[in-house]
Design a protein around this ligand. Structure first.
Ligand SMILES: Nc1nc2c(ncn2[C@@H]2O[C@H](COP(=O)(O)OP(=O)(O)OP(=O)(O)O)[C@@H](O)[C@H]2O)c(=O)[nH]1
Ligand SMILES: [Mg+2]
Length: 443
């Protein structure tokens, strides 16, 4: 028999209200025991409930209880929700009472959702969307997560899978009758369908990892020569004194990371050491880390002193299609500086006076939106989706080249399987522990 599980689903408190959930066959019995044997409330209706401690007999809390008989519940099993007062002692007492019930145990992270998946209430991409929704810290993350939780990604993959299942059935039909040749017209149609899918999956994969980056945050490195105002700019963007600013060149040594919400998009801004011939070994290490971060970043903000006639001189090599150029200290004057290579835009600003900062921020937000903003089609959000899609694509391409219909059919079956693993239709036992480990307890 499957255990009945319980968890505190709301935060640790103290709070006005805390919500406990119970899921499994014992749920109804738990509610009856806690309400002193009263009749079960009507399904899915909030009921005021004087909860009692079944062992000691005293009152536990004046609460709200909701009874969700399966399968019309989140997990698909019988479930009970208890909304108690969110004080630490009430929470502790409720946990104690639930733990004392035979057949009940504390839920593992994501176990309610795992059961919902097992009950066929949602596919794996929807479950992952729910985990992302709970983890979402910015507007764009929330929108992407909701879309996935509502099944947009799963539907896309399931649609492709259906087309493939059809093509596989068609090609297999003729393998079973070796005397019959696959009529040209049918074979052309199958090939046409598969080529269309190859193109669609290729396009979907070729998205610069937009969904994964939106989920994890875009990496932006602030780089440039010493004393240009990099740390000043970081502090300005972060609206706090995260990095030390001084008139001495070579102030910043370590990489300083600040997580930020930029117009709804999550970014990780990194301030780095000024790039120059280092004066000592500590600075040298700082410069090495700065270069490393600049190379690994999704975007670079290259800051120089706008008065500097030398312009981008030593750092010209960092100018490129992922670089935004900032000519700082515009309050002191800006010389004409020609960018040495195509880039994402040049902005003259003064961190000191704030001049030009608004326009620069708009430009930066636009670049970030271009990189990780929501596209028309839902984006894949995890490396595991990417892997499975690449597997599928490889198999489809092989099937198009296959010398024998039997081999083509075998590749099509592999492709169908790879798609099925993303939504969790086929052999995913090995994936579940990994996927649900990401979840919080109580969901
Ligand atoms: N006049 C003027 N001074 C500025 C401006 N931005 C920064 N500064 C000054 O320039 C000096 C250097 O600023 P930082 O932000 O420490 O420069 P940095 O690029 O981080 O320098 P390192 O960490 O040494 O590489 C400080 O004295 C700042 O106050 C600006 O827009 N105008
Ligand atoms: Mg600095």
């Amino acid at each position: 028999m499957v255990d009945t599980i319980y968890a505190l689903s709301s935060g640790p408190g103290p709070a006005g209200i805390s919500v406990f959930r119970v899921s499994g066959t014992e749920s109804g019995a738990v509610l009856r025991a806690l309400t002193g044997g009263r009749d079960m409330p009507p399904a899915r209706k909030a009921m005021r409930a004087a909860l009692m401690d079944p062992e000691e007999g005293g009152p536990l809390d004046d609460a709200i209880a909701i009874w969700f008989p399966g399968p019309n519940s989140y997990s698909g099993e019988d479930m009970v929700e208890l909304h108690v007062h969110g004080g630490p002692a009430v929470i502790a007492a409720t946990l104690r009472v639930l733990a004392a019930r035979p057949g009940l145990r504390l839920a593992e992270p994501g176990e309610f959702t795992r059961r919902a998946f097992m009950a066929g209430k949602m596919d794996l991409t929807e479950a992952e969307g729910i985990a992302d929704l709970i983890a979402a810290e910015t507007e764009a993350q929330r929108r992407q997560a909701i879309r996935q939780a509502e099944g947009a990604l799963g539907r896309l993959y399931e649609g492709w899978r259906k087309v493939l299942v059809g093509a596989t059935a068609h090609s297999e039909a003729y393998i079973d009758f070796p005397d019959e040749e696959l009529p040209d017209e049918i074979s052309r149609r199958i090939n046409h369908e598969i080529s269309g899918l190859v193109e669609a999956i290729f396009q979907h994969l070729d998205d610069s990892q937009r969904g994964e980056r939106l989920r994890q945050g875009l990496d932006i490195a602030i780089v440039g020569p010493p004393n240009a105002g990099k740390s000043s700019l970081l502090n300005r963007l972060a609206r706090r004194d995260a990095a030390i600013v001084s008139e001495r060149a070579g102030t910043t040594r370590d990489v300083i990371d600040v997580a930020m919400d930029l117009g709804g998009y999550p970014v990780m801004l990194a301030d780095t050491a000024g790039l120059r011939e280092a004066a000592d070994s500590v600075e040298e290490e700082g410069v090495r880390r700065a270069r490393q971060r600049a190379e690994a970043a999704d975007l670079r903000i290259l800051v120089v002193d706008g008065r500097d006639e030398a312009g981008f001189g030593d750092v010209a090599g960092l100018v490129g299609e992922s670089t935004i150029l900032v000519l700082n200290k515009a309050d002191l004057g800006v010389s004409r500086i020609e960018p040495p290579a195509p880039n994402l835009g040049v902005y003259a600003i003064s961190v000191e006076t704030g001049a030009g900062i608004g326009v620069f921020l708009d430009g930066l937000e636009q670049v970030v939106r271009d990189r990780i903003g929501l596209a028309g089609q839902p984006a894949l959000t995890r490396a595991r989706h990417r892997q499975a899609l690449e597997e599928c694509l490889d198999a489809l391409r092989r099937s198009l080249e296959a010398p024998l219909p039997e081999l083509a059919a075998e590749d099509l079956r592999l492709a169908v399987r790879a798609l099925g693993r993303i939504t969790g239709r086929v052999d995913v036992e090995d994936l579940l522990d990994v996927i649900f480990r990401d979840f919080c307890i109580g969901k």
